[in-house]
Design a protein around this ligand. Structure first.
Ligand SMILES: Nc1ncnc2c1ncn2[C@@H]1O[C@H](COP(=O)(O)OP(=O)(O)OP(=O)(O)O)[C@@H](O)[C@H]1O
Ligand SMILES: [Mg+2]
Length: 595
């Protein structure tokens, strides 16, 4: 029985629509028809033309044909193509518990599934996308719907060019009803009515609206940005100003691709109509990968002329101008925002030409470094689940922060610190492979002895252990131990002792395991490190059980659960219960979870 059959709800992660959808009947029908035979269909077209919206529509229409779900994978914010397989695995919730290539795990997972992957915004990763999709399509029930400004160039790829929205010919006779049949006009009217309640097409404004849509080439994003202006000025003035901008762009020849000009003009114009501080915020917020919350905006976008207190008002003003989109998600306690890709790209250009780029990227990195440090400190506590959810939502931003550390001189040390502090996240989210990917790179770039290095080597070894890659695990733990000795770093020594204990357990050398784990327990306890104590107890319980010493196994289990209770650490308690169950019953499962 599929999960769908069990829950009665279709599987997948397609988001709901937050603004009205206009037209596209013909393209939808064509795409749905093509999907009957095409294993890979790519919707191509210029920036802002509506590829993503159309793909989501089409995916929703064909959803019934895919009992294992329709899964959206957003790639706009992914800069490192090496992480593409991991990104797919995250969305599909595939756990990489063994040391095996992620692509292989994806292939295994998909082999017997009837499933649709929607790969959104592939243009900057076309080659890696083409390669991965070609491999994955060996699964007979898999289909892929991609959006990209260019084709992927994969074998068997079918293409559907997404045209601009239809625009009436302004030189033909028109009535309000005939012009309103055109998609571009409909979109303008709908967005204008949201910005200025009461706005409606009529005999007085329809010719101007048609001219505006024509000037914007029917590109929906451009239309949306410009339609908002009805709040501040009549449509005739909008048209005049737009003409001026387009004239400026043509004579200034800022861009080579003519189709982009209307969108460029609309974005430029939106930018020009922002206050200088709003412009700064737009540029600075473009460092975020996809999404961010208000706390992050305050930390990253303030400074150099913007105070923390300014940020909320500036964000609200940019939401008003459709530069930022507020994400509505009941699960969130903090407001979250995102930018459409073309708008983010424009912001990045502005930031790159300002003097603030490095400072903003540093603040971005430091914000996430701080977040990760807090999450580590609060692990095994009442906020464990909140932290886990938060880090998961920030995964793309964490990647950007880590990539910054790898590319900036003198920064890999901070990269070591962040990747190592994320140990609990790599393990709980089963992203061991990605954790090792970042750890291996940062360790290579910063070979100098340091406590961060000692910890990072240990964490890398621990992740290798979790994937049963024993030879690598032992070698990394050995390096960590040597360095910890040399530095006199007792915490790193305790961790490596624990790691060797787990290694012995994994290799069924239980007498050795119990000795090492007991040592590790004592060391962590002396250092007042509850997470280490918890892990030691967890493994002591299963090792004692393996040795047939049930009484001690139960005693360790109970101590472990009591520790979770004292700290109100609910998810860790579940882990501990699982360990207890494997030693012959979970003594406290019937109790209410603490916290
Ligand atoms: N048919 C439509 N109806 C209503 N709004 C639309 C439609 N098509 C696009 N839009 C709106 O226009 C904007 C741009 O659309 P979208 O993000 O789908 O473009 P895109 O082609 O995917 O852009 P990019 O190349 O930057 O990824 C969005 O705000 C979207 O909601
Ligand atoms: Mg898109």
């Amino acid at each position: 029985m599929t999960a769908r059959a069990r829950s009665g709800r279709p599987m997948g992660n397609l988001p709901g629509e937050v603004t009205s959808f206009v037209g596209r009947r013909r393209e939808t029908v064509r795409a749905v028809r093509l999907m009957r035979t095409a294993r890979l269909l790519t919707l191509t077209g210029v920036a802002g033309v509506g590829k993503t919206r159309l793909a989501l529509r089409v995916a929703a229409q064909v959803r019934e044909a895919f009992p294992h779900g329709v899964w959206l994978v957003e790639l706009a914010a992914l800069t490192d193509g090496n992480l593409l397989p991991q990104t797919l695995a995250d969305v599909l919730d595939i756990r990489d518990q063994l040391h095996a290539p992620t692509v292989g795990m994806l292939a295994d997972h998909l082999a017997d599934k009837r499933l649709l992957l929607v790969l959104d915004n592939c243009e900057h990763l076309v080659d890696v996308c083409a390669m991965l999709v070609s491999e994955l399509l060996a699964a007979p029930g898999l289909q892929v719907l991609a959006t990209s400004r260019h084709s992927l160039g994969a074998v068997g790829e079918q293409l559907l060019e997404v045209p601009p929205l239809s625009v009436p010919d302004p030189d033909q006779p028109m009535t309000t009803r005939t012009v309103a049949r055109h998609e571009a006009v409909q979109l303008f009217a709908e967005r204008a009515a949201v910005a200025q309640p009461g706005f409606a097409l009529n005999a007085g404004n329809r010719a101007t609206v048609v001219r505006i849509c024509q000037r914007l080439d029917g590109i929906p994003l451009a239309i949306e940005l410009v339609a908002l202006r009805v709040r501040a000025m009549p449509v005739t003035e909008i048209l005049t100003r737009l003409d001026d901008y387009l004239e400026f762009l043509t004579t200034g020849s800022l861009i080579a691709v003519p189709r982009l000009q209307p969108l460029r003009a609309a974005i430029d114009w939106s930018f020009a109509l922002c206050s200088p501080l709003e412009q700064q915020l737009w540029a600075r917020a473009s460092v975020f990968a996809g999404e961010f919350d208000l706390e992050a905006a305050e930390a990253v976008c303030s400074g150099q002329g913007i105070t923390r207190e300014d940020v909320f008002d500036l964000v609200a003003a940019l939401v008003d101008k459709s530069v930022l989109i507020r994400i509505h998600d009941d699960a969130d306690t903090l407001a979250r925002y995102r930018m459409l890709e073309a708008i983010r790209h424009y912001g990045q250009e502005q930031l790159a030409s300002s003097h603030h780029l490095t400072a903003v990227r540093l603040r971005h990195r430091d914000h996430y470094r701080h977040l990760v440090t807090r999450s580590e400190q609060e692990w095994l506590g009442p906020n464990e689940l909140t932290w886990f959810t938060r880090l998961r939502r920030e995964h793309a931003n964490l990647r950007i922060a880590l990539a910054f550390c790898l590319t900036q001189p003198g920064q890999p040390r901070v990269g070591l610190e962040i990747t190592a502090a994320l140990w609990h996240y790599w393990i709980r989210s089963c992203t061991h492979t990605e954790g090792r990917y970042w750890l291996d790179q940062t360790l290579q770039l910063d070979p100098e002895p340091s406590t961060h290095r000692a910890k990072a080597l240990g964490v890398d070894g621990w992740l290798a252990l979790m994937q049963a890659d024993m030879a690598t695990a032992r070698s990394l733990l050995e390096q960590s131990r040597e360095l910890a000795h040399w530095l006199g770093d007792e915490l790193a020594l305790a961790r490596t002792t624990l790691g060797f204990g787990v290694a012995a357990f994994n290799q069924n050398d239980l007498p050795n395991a119990i000795t090492l784990l007991q040592d590790a327990f004592a060391l962590h306890q002396a250092l007042n490190d509850p997470t280490g104590v918890w892990l030691a107890l967890l493994y002591l319980a299963v090792t004692a059980a393996g040795l047939g010493d049930t009484d001690r196994a139960i005693a360790f289990s109970e101590e472990c659960l009591a520790l979770c209770d004292t700290r109100n650490a609910y998810p860790s308690r579940i882990y501990a219960c699982r360990g207890s169950a494997s030693v012959g019953g979970c003594p406290a499962t019937s109790r209410q979870p603490a916290g």
